[in-house]
Design a protein around this ligand. Structure first.
Ligand SMILES: Nc1ncnc2c1ncn2[C@@H]1O[C@H](COP(=O)(O)OP(=O)(O)OP(=O)(O)O)[C@@H](O)[C@H]1O
Ligand SMILES: [Mg+2]
Length: 223
């Protein structure tokens, strides 16, 4: 359960205050599929960074599963992230020298999982995105959509219950976008919480709920 209450994020630029988020409130229940839509510079990534415990709010309160994520140290934020959240980014963020298999396995090595469990999870995750047969390919040997599927498998392998995706289809054509959104739809049907950030109405419409953000202000809209 996600609960942002009157959250503001303020950047100080050359003596001026820039409000990336203003008094933003949003609740997302477990198992919901929510899209956050808004134009460039409206505060979408700022909001995702706060929800994803990559950053903290300057004002207001953020509760994740009842925990007040406020004044958390970098170390505490990292712990929450690793335990609960799977991230997917626009540019996939895969390591180019590693194979699909190794990219998916890497976070599990950091989590110090034994190798038998790692191989089981990597296979399971790559199977979920139907890419186990490409496990030996490096990112340059995969299409954009396939790279994003590897990135989703990497997030899946840690078994988070919350998936946060910042413009996951931003670098993909419309057919491939539909395929990636289909994977998120499956994850949603399996009971996961999904939050997708986008500036594309067609992508946003595929979620169960649509939240609009403009100049740092948040409002709910009917899907
Ligand atoms: N580190 C920073 N320092 C100063 N200002 C920032 C910083 N990060 C973001 N901003 C400002 O906050 C506002 C919101 O930025 P944000 O990245 O959240 O937008 P966005 O909706 O994700 O945009 P885009 O669709 O282009 O990714 C912008 O006006 C931006 O210039
Ligand atoms: Mg952004």
């Amino acid at each position: 359960m996600i609960s942002l209450k009157n959250v503001s994020k303020i950047y100080h630029m050359g003596g001026e205050d820039v409000y990336a988020l203003r008094d933003a409130s949003l609740s997302v229940r477990d198992g919901e599929f929510v899209s956050i839509i808004g134009p460039s510079g409206s505060g979408k990534s700022t909001m995702m960074n706060i929800i994803g415990c990559l950053d903290t709010a300057d004002e207001g309160d953020y509760l994740l599963d009842g925990e007040h994520i406020h004044n958390y140290s970098q170390k505490e934020l990292a712990k929450v992230r690793n335990r609960k959240i799977g991230f997917v980014f626009q540019n996939f963020n895969l390591l180019s020298k590693m194979t699909a298999y190794e990219n998916v396995e890497l976070p599990l090595i950091y989590q110090k999982l034994p190798s038998s469990e790692r191989s089981e999870r990597v296979k399971w995750a790559l199977d979920q995105v139907k890419l186990y047969d490409r496990k030996g390919h490096r990112p340059t040997e995969l299409s954009g959509g396939q790279q994003q599927r590897v990135a989703i498998a990497r997030a899946l392998a840690s078994r988070p219950s919350l998936f946060l995706a910042d413009e996951p289809t931003g670098a993909l054509d419309s057919r491939t976008s539909t395929e990636i959104m289909g994977i998120f739809q499956n994850l949603y049907e399996q009971g996961n919480t999904i939050i997708i950030i986008t500036h594309d109405e067609a992508v946003a419409d595929q979620a169960e709920r649509k939240v609009r953000i403009r100049d740092g202000y948040v409002s709910e809209v009917a899907v």
